[in-house]
Design a protein around this ligand. Structure first.
Ligand code: CP
Length: 308
């Protein structure tokens, strides 16, 4: 079902397909924790990161190696022929001849889709500007399914909902599971109108507020995000909204017992480190779950493609 497919946006996934990725990730978790496998022996994954990354880049590399495959890395753009003016199209055409799949992160929205039009092998979007980050959404859903439940949740998405690509992808996916969504952001960083309209057209209950205190005691999942400093055209505008929200043990005093707190990370100051040991914190488990989820995607995309 998944062979040779590009992974560009959550909109291309049905609920059934998401569930099948999450089920496979669950069965691969022992391998993600170190049990040996050679499922993808002989396969090569290429990493093309034109923006910084710790989790996505390293968990893809870990996932591929845990499955017995290997990884090639374009490295910093200035060390490649991109610095000589080579286009993204030519770059992916060439690297697609070396590897069995490409993972790409790029500051420009739409760049992964552009890459998919020139790549002879599957392209996985690891974040395109303020656009999409579908593999993050799959690991977010996996985390919610493991640490809470996926159906009929009340989720608060908090922080930079304008530039935060993880919340754009996640809001859409949560609508497939019947979640009620409260959007919490400064007025200047609201979720883009087309995304809200799309959620409403699917029957999702969407509320909007700038006041986290209004909702913190009533949600099942608190999904915090960083204000995306690098996407602000004007640093003065960033300073106006930096540090808008901060979760502390005190702010959680009235929260539901089963509340889970997630964050795609990296965090700046949205969650006090003193929350890390609370029963609500799940953000470090969440970043680990990137490994089994990306293993599942790679297995679905690449296995069965062996040439004897
Ligand atoms: N969550 C996430 O995308 O983290 P990185 O930017 O470190 O990859």
């Amino acid at each position: 079902m998944f062979m040779k497919r590009h992974v560009l946006s959550m909109r291309e996934f049905s609920k059934e397909e998401i569930d099948s990725v999450l089920d496979l990730a669950q069965s691969l978790e022992p391998l993600a924790r170190g049990k040996k496998s050679s499922m993808l022996a002989g396969k090569i994954l290429a990493l093309l990161f034109f923006e910084p990354s710790t989790r996505t880049r390293m968990s893809f590399e870990t996932a591929m190696k845990r499955l017995g495959g290997s990884v090639i890395n374009l490295g910093p753009a200035e060390g490649s022929s991109i610095s000589k003016g080579e286009s993204l199209a030519d770059t992916v055409r060439v690297i697609g001849g070396y590897a069995d799949a490409l993972v790409i992160r790029h500051p420009k929205e739409g760049s992964a889709r552009l890459a998919s039009q020139f790549s002879p092998v599957p392209v996985l979007n690891a974040g395109d500007g303020a656009g999409h980050h579908p593999t993050q959404t799959l690991l977010d859903l996996y985390t919610i399914r493991k640490e809470s439940r996926l159906e009929n949740l009340h989720v608060a998405l908090v922080g930079d909902l304008k530039y935060g690509r993880t919340v754009h992808s996640l809001a859409y996916a949560l609508s497939l599971y019947g979640a009620d969504i409260t959007l919490v952001s400064p007025p200047t960083l609201r979720m883009p109108d087309p995304i809200k309209a799309d959620l409403s057209s699917k029957g999702t209950i969407v509320r909007e507020t700038a006041d986290l205190g209004e909702v913190i005691d009533n949600v099942d999942v608190l999904y915090m995000t960083r204000i995306q400093r690098e996407r602000f055209p004007d640093p003065v505008e960033y300073q106006k909204v930096a540090s808008s929200y901060r979760i502390t043990p005190e702010s959680l005093a009235g929260s539901q017992q089963n509340l889970i707190i997630m964050h795609p990370l990296p965090r700046v100051d949205e969650i006090s480190p003193s929350v890390d040991d609370s029963s609500h914190a799940r953000y470090f488990q969440q970043s680990f779950y990137g490994v089994p989820v990306r293993m599942a995607l790679l297995k679905m995309l690449l296995e069965g493609d062996q040439v004897d």
